[in-house]
Design a protein around this ligand. Sequence first.
Ligand SMILES: [Zn+2]
Length: 480
Amino acid sequence: MRSATNQNHATAGLRLLAAITAATLALIHTAAAASDDDGWQRFRDTYQELVETNTTLSAGDCTLAAQRMAARLRAAGYPEADLRVFVPEGHPKEGGLLAVLHGTDPGAKAILMLAHIDVVEAKREDWTRDPFTLIEEDGYFYGRGTSDMKAQAAIWVDNMVRFREQGIRPRRSIKLALTCGEETNAALNGAGWLASHERAAIDAEFALTEGVGGDLDEHGKRIALEILAAEKVSQHYTFEVTNAGGHSSRPVPDNAIYHLVRAVDRVSRYEFPVQLDDANRGYFLGMSKIYGGADGAAMAAIVANPADGAALALLDRNPDWHAMLRTTCVATMLSAGHAPNALPQRARANINCRIFPGVSVEEIRAQLVKIADDPAVTVSIPEVRGPAAQPAPLTPQILGPVEKVAHELWPGVPVVPALEPGASDAQFMNPAGIPTYGLDGIFVDPDYGHIHGLNERVRVRSVMEGRTFLYRLVQLYANQ
Ligand SMILES: [Zn+2]
């Protein structure tokens, strides 16, 4: 949204400047691609093919995307025995891909590169550019899934291709799993399906998937590389009011819409209490030194005393920090009424909560009943997504290689743990006994590249660097 507005209002001078910048960036990209190897163009083709294969639940086809990625592995020399497109029964378009590069040590457990290939819905009429065309503009890739998470999925496929072509024989086997259904709670979750139906095929010492990447400031300068230490649980709740309704010419106070909107308004004004665990404590302590100033002082203060109101007021202005400190609940959908000239018989709201690690789904439901503070409003749980997972511990075995490669690529940029306000497929993998870490080495702008929103984008430079980061990192892990 921001970039579209800027463009619409750009003066001719600014346009010229933008064109020069784009040309310069293009030159830098070409130079980087040429020096750092390495099949950038082929990677870009893979990425483009993934982005341009619509994988939304409504109109897309993950199975087709999986078949296309399988064809690339086949072309790189993988035998049929080592790759498989799987399609859960009754879900013909929600398939995925499994592949393996065999290691030299049969006694060593594999590592798993996991990515979801489905994307959030995107309407062409709402976007500035076609969401299902990969567009490179002013140093950014635009398109649905460019950031979440087809860049990383394409990097995994590209890794498999490069390892094979270069004859790399790691000690551990390297497995790939591309899955569908991560973005839609009601859909079949491919990672969950694999954990219950194909546990042996994905067996691994640990898995890597999406989570957190690097942070850029508003000028594109690197602040820190984050590694996911814990993540929240996403849970929907339904607020509902029903009554007899009636003719709209004779209103009564007992109106389903009024009951509902008052309850929703109370949710908007409620703040869950601050909670600290190792993940957000580590994040704020690490970041307090990097940020310095008032923000840095507030970060240190909140770790020392979670009840520090002045520090909290400062941190809460940043939606990311606000979300990292507590459970959040927000109204995301409303539906009410059945006719324009009738009193509503039913009003319903979807409240999406992001629950702090360790807090139960039922505990939050009970709290929402109190917040709604109206016996006419029922609060129910439409469906529970998956088991609540314990986060995988960040051991030196995991952190060491991250710090090594980060230092090679971005000397001086610190690595800090993070509590991810979103949720990933780690919630299905951790309970299945496969510790799963979220990291991608892709640095994002403060706006997070509009993931799930309009005009999703990611910096070209960030994808290039993330590709190099994950190429080196996976090899280090595979040889441990
Ligand atoms: Zn995602």
